[in-house]
Write a protein that binds this ligand. Structure first.
Ligand code: FES
Ligand SMILES: [Fe+2]
Length: 309
């Protein structure tokens, strides 16, 4: 997993009155809200004897282990050892907290050392403004796929798969009549058209965040976070731009999200992603890229640079 990056790992509204266990970046994690309502994150293993803390409970904002009842406050400090209530030194039992932020309705995990000067999350105000432009309700969807996040990310700049993978659902001309790709640091931007019909623009930022815009119809953000090397948690916030009538606009957004997420991606894209057999998901040296894959090339060029820092 690329280090020193922010990864969206969960929807913030999922973190409530119970510890929430999840697997991201190849690690079991636990999320909970402390006494002040701030979300906290740690490896899902009790410092005492390793029980999964996500099986425990919250007691007045403290995370209580299900095995012997040790409790941890919002700083990770062990505050209660029921078998020895007066234990003088509990410092060896403290829980190591991982750096997280709650922004854009998501929990973001920093895959690196904690610091007071971490960079901003990739979903900045300019990207949010593109989503807000449509003025209609936004729809959040999540799903998991049994492929590397790299198969999902490389697909985002690839328009010329549409007339084949989505032959019956998004009929489009096969010829790429316009395509431009450019890279600025961790940003890879592609813009293009199939025939005179489908136009698209994608803006990838860093290893696994993107803004996608489809020809005056839909705009959405995507986070493709590794669960592990072979599984991906996908989050998308959809909005559509062709029907802005109140009420109907929200319905259209819902229909669009379901169409793209449940039908196109799950039933049409995912089987092809699964069929791409690479011994190392990040090693694309066996690919033979076409001009229409320039976004794919730039994405992996950027990814390789991030991996080698
Ligand atoms: S393993 Fe957690 S309290 Fe013993
Ligand atoms: Fe697709």
């Amino acid at each position: 997993m690329i280090r020193d990056q922010w990864y969206a790992i969960a929807r913030a509204l999922e973190i409530g009155s119970r510890p929430f266990g999840l697997r991201r970046l190849g690690k079991p994690l636990v999320l909970w809200r402390d006494r002040e309502g701030a979300i906290r994150c740690a490896y899902d293993a009790c410092p005492h004897r390793g029980a999964a803390l996500s099986r425990g409970r919250l007691v007045e904002g403290a995370l209580e282990c299900p095995y012997h009842g040790l409790r941890f406050d919002g700083t990770g400090a062990c505050t209660h050892t029921p078998c020895h209530p007066g234990l003088a030194d509990r410092s060896g039992l403290d829980l190591h907290l991982l750096p997280i932020r709650e922004e854009r309705g998501l929990v973001w995990l920093w895959n690196g050392k904690a610091s007071d000067e971490l960079p901003p999350i990739p979903w900045d105000d300019a990207i949010q403004a593109r989503l807000d432009e449509s003025g209609v309700a936004q729809l959040d969807l999540t799903d998991t796929f049994d492929v590397s996040y790299l198969r999902v990310m490389e697909n985002l700049t690839d328009y010329h798969h549409v007339p084949f993978v989505h032959r019956w659902t998004v009929p489009a001309p096969a010829e790429v009549t316009r395509f431009h790709a450019e890279r600025h640091g961790v940003d890879v931007i592609t813009e293009g058209a199939l025939g005179d019909r489908l136009t698209a623009r994608t803006h990838i930022r860093g290893p696994c965040f993107a803004l996608l815009e489809f020809g005056g119809v839909a705009t959405f953000t995507v986070c493709a976070t590794p669960i592990d090397d072979d599984h991906t948690w996908l989050f998308a916030r959809y909005t559509q731009t062709w029907l802005r009538v109140p009420g109907f606009g929200a319905l259209a957004t819902w229909l669009l999200g379901m169409f793209d997420y449940r039908l196109l991606q799950r039933l049409q894209d995912a089987p092809v992603w699964r069929s791409q057999r690479l011994s190392d998901p990040a090693d694309i040296s066996r690919y033979t890229l076409l001009p229409a894959d320039e976004g794919v090339r730039l994405y992996f060029e950027m990814h390789q640079e991030l991996a080698c820092r």
